[in-house]
Design a protein around this ligand. Structure first.
Ligand SMILES: [Zn+2]
Length: 101
């Protein structure tokens, strides 16, 4: 039975056999990944949250009114292409609907 101290010593002396998996990212991908990691917040909205309030968000933009979580929605939109697409689709639909009137 070896002591903890001996075990640590053995571990530290042991040659590195761990093979690291390296993902080759080009610089822009790396930058983007870092930006996403750095931009992560504790109070993130999920895509479902954003989808659920997207119409309210567009309404706020159109009427220049305020809702509680605009910064959170915009934060999510800045990071999420899916929700940006959804927002654009919604805005396009509203523009078409307005043109019909
Ligand atoms: Zn999203």
């Amino acid at each position: 039975m070896s002591s903890v101290k001996e075990t640590i010593h053995v571990l530290l002396e042991r040659p590195q056999r761990v093979e690291l998996t390296v993902i080759n990212l080009d610089d822009p991908s790396c930058d983007r990944l870092l930006q996403l990691l750095c931009a992560t917040r504790d109070d993130e909205l999920s895509c479902e949250d954003v989808f659920a309030c997207l119409d309210e968000y567009v309404d706020c933009l159109l009427n220049r009114s305020q809702m509680m979580n605009i910064p959170l929605v915009e934060h999510h939109l800045s990071l999420c292409a899916d929700c940006r697409d959804e927002l654009r689709a919604l805005q396009r639909a509203l523009t078409l609907a307005a043109a019909d009137d």
